[in-house]
Each structure stands twice: as structure tokens, then as C-alpha cells.
Design a protein around this ligand. Structure first.
Ligand SMILES: [Zn+2]
Length: 375
């Protein structure tokens, strides 16, 4: 039986090596020292456990076997240089070879991180290439380290290469795509992807994120709408802390998807962080696994209307070991058009904490003033 109703199974990209990336000893996001005590398990928020547990849940539930599991080669230097200057690539490699360090304080890494980051980017590159080249209709890649905070020459927020931007550039170069939309629902602003395409009209970047969360310092405002040929091709949707299921769907249906429809992309790439879930340690939102399921359904419908169903989901953030596996399964089930027997045991916990109607009405009033809001 067909996986996604289109006679093709969803392609799936995962590499065990990406679980070996380490940000070194820390406590959440702070280095050890002063009043910050070392933690037993390494302690950095970007632990491999959320993604390891997702893959484990997929294996145990039988979901992995129902997907088209594919390998990916590491990104090549040619791939990297489409976005990153050689000076950045070489500096990262030299520091990685020397045992690790940090080019930016929010993106520390251990020895060997360079090769792991190449593999992580390679997964996104292959997923987008396979969909752009017609080998699959839908694809899902689990990447680590993530990419959406990395600008061409500055790594940030646990991101070492601009994975999705690299994948989009490679697909444009090799498959002649003219218009690609990148929708980022990671709870943090997709500042790196924005920076890569800010003056470009051929790549639409849309970021839904918690206002004033990360990066700090005025990122992610509505007024940042692109420049030059990219004017109007960057859409930021900042959301108040505390937003849950209803506001996420409203922001997607009333702002993000209308912008994507107006852009008429040939391919949609979702930067899927699960850190908007209600128990994430690095954000203050109340999305549930059903929120991510519903958003995937809506984006899949838009892809079917706009671009022959061509849709790639690249998993990035998400730091709650408990919640991420269930959010990931929900997205994968919806993307692939299949259901497993997995039930999210945390769904009720977060569903009972959704914000009030008054909160939602007030946030909706703000969204209605967004220049890209469509009733
Ligand atoms: Zn994030």
C-alpha cells in the first residue's frame, strides 16, 4: 500500500554519527564555573537524547520500517562554499581538529564536530535533492547539529552549518529550482536562514517563533521583511510566550501559508523544531504533538496544491527528552500518511494548560495587524 497516497513512501534520513555531536560540559546553555555546577550527564541542553529517543520510538513502534530509509553522504566543500566563506569553514575545521572550542559562545563544540556537522548537513542536502530531483515526494531528515541559527560566517545557537540553506542552494544549482519556500516553526527565530537569503527574491523565508527568545537583541521582528530583490520574501511571525495550539494554527493559516501561496514555490522545506512544545526547557510555549500534527497536515495540503506535494521536513531544535519523540512521530505520521499505535502520554498534560480565550483573542488582534495577515 502506498505510504502517502501518492504511490511513494516518505524518504527518511538519519545517521547515528550525528548523535555523537557534543557541545561539551555545560548546564543547560551555561558553561560550568562560578555558581554553575557540573551536571552528571554532560548537561548541555543540546543533548542527543531527544533525537535518539525519537528514533528508538520509531523503531519500536514499527514506523521506521514503513519509511524509505536512505543514506546520505557528508556535505562536500563545494556544497559548503555556496553559503559559507572558506575562512569560516577552515576556522571551524581547525578548531575541531584541535579538540574543540567555540567560535561564538552560543555554539560550543568538541573535537570531531566538523565531520559530524558535515554529515548533518549532508542529510538535509540529500533529503532536499531527492525531492527536488523527483526521487521522492516527501522526505524527513533528522539533523544534529541543527542549522537555522548559522549565518554564512557566524555559527550560533548550537548550529554549525546552515544546513537547510545549503540544501536549498544545492537543489537550485543542480535541479534548476526557481522558487523555494522555507517555513521555520522552531520556537527560536530562524536568523541564520534569514541572513542567507535576506536580499534574495527566489527563496521565501518564513519564521514563526517566540518573541524575544533567541537570538537576543532584536531579531525576528515583523519589520524585517527582506531587502532589495528580497523585499517581501522574509516573513517574521513573533508570538507571545504562552501561545498554544490555537494560536500556532492561526499564525500558520492566516500569515505563513498565505505568504507561501502568494510566493508559489516549487518546493517547501520545513525547519521543524519541537521546542515550542509545552515542556521544553529553552522556550515558553504550549504547543502539543497534535499542534505539530495539524501544522504538518496544513503544510502538506499546501504543498499538494502548490508544488505537486514536494515537501521536505528537516528536524532541528527540541530539547525535552520526553516530548520530542511524540512530536516527531506525529509529524512523520502526517507526512507519510500512516498511523502507528503510538499514543502521546503527555498530550493531556499540556492540553490542560492551554491559554485562555482572552489571551488568544488578544494575541490574535496583534496577528491581525501583521502586514501579511489574510482573513
Ligand atoms: Zn530552537
Amino acid at each position: 500500500m502506498s505510504g502517502n497516497g501518492q504511490g511513494e513512501r516518505t524518504a527518511f534520513y538519519f545517521d547515528e554519527k550525528c548523535l555523537w555531536f557534543s557541545a561539551g560540559p555545560a548546564a543547560l546553555v551555561l558553561p560550568i564555573g562560578g555558581w554553575v555546577q557540573p551536571m552528571a550527564s554532560g548537561g548541555h541542553a543540546d543533548s542527543p537524547e531527544p533525537k535518539r529517543r525519537l528514533k528508538s520510538l520509531m523503531d519500536v513502534s514499527g514506523l521506521t520500517d514503513r519509511l524509505d530509509q536512505r543514506k546520505a553522504a557528508p556535505a562536500t566543500r563545494e556544497d559548503l562554499l555556496r553559503i559559507h566563506p572558506a575562512s569560516y569553514v577552515d576556522a571551524f575545521k581547525a578548531m575541531s581538529d584541535a579538540g574543540g572550542g567555540a567560535i561564538h559562545p552560543s555554539a560550543p563544540f568538541s573535537g570531531g564536530a566538523y565531520e559530524i556537522a558535515l554529515q548533518s548537513a549532508g542529510l538535509a542536502l540529500q533529503a532536499v535533492a531527492d525531492v527536488a530531483g523527483g526521487r521522492s515526494r516527501t522526505a524527513y531528515a533528522v539533523t544534529r547539529p541543527s542549522g537555522h541559527h548559522c549565518s554564512p560566517d557566524v555559527p550560533m545557537g548550537f548550529c554549525m552549518f546552515a544546513n537547510v540553506a545549503l540544501a536549498v542552494e544545492a537543489a537550485k544549482a543542480r535541479h534548476g529550482l526557481k522558487r523555494v519556500a522555507v517555513l521555520d516553526w522552531d520556537v527560536h527565530h530562524g536568523n541564520g536562514t534569514e541572513a542567507c537569503f535576506y536580499s534574495r527574491g527566489d527563496v521565501l523565508t518564513v519564521s514563526m517563533h517566540q518573541e524575544n527568545c533567541f537570538p537576543p537583541g532584536g531579531f525576528g521582528g515583523v519589520a524585517a521583511a527582506g531587502e532589495g530583490e528580497g523585499e517581501g520574501a522574509n516573513v517574521n511571525i513573533p508570538l507571545w510566550p504562552g501561545c498554544g495550539h490555537d494560536i500556532y494554527l492561526a499564525a500558520l493559516e492566516r500569515i505563513a501559508l498565505p505568504a507561501i501561496r502568494e510566493f508559489r514555490p516549487e518546493l517547501i522545506v520545513v525547519v521543524s523544531g519541537f521546542d515550542a512544545n509545552g515542556v521544553d526547557p529553552l522556550a515558553r510555549m504550549l504547543a502539543t504533538s497534535e499542534t505539530f500534527r495539524a501544522m504538518t497536515r496544513l503544510v502538506r495540503q499546501a504543498a499538494a496544491e502548490l508544488c505537486g506535494g514536494r515537501l521536505v521536513v528537516v528536524q532541528e531544535g527540541g530539547y525535552a527528552e520526553t516530548a520530542v519523540p511524540f512530536c516527531g512521530v506525529a509529524v512523520l505520521e502526517e507526512l507519510a500518511g500512516i498511523r502507528t499505535e503510538v499514543v502521546d502520554p503527555y498530550l493531556e498534560l499540556v492540553s490542560l494548560q492551554q491559554p485562555s480565550a482572552e489571551f488568544n483573542a488578544a494575541q490574535l488582534e496583534v496577528l491581525k495587524r501583521h502586514p501579511r495577515y489574510r482573513a
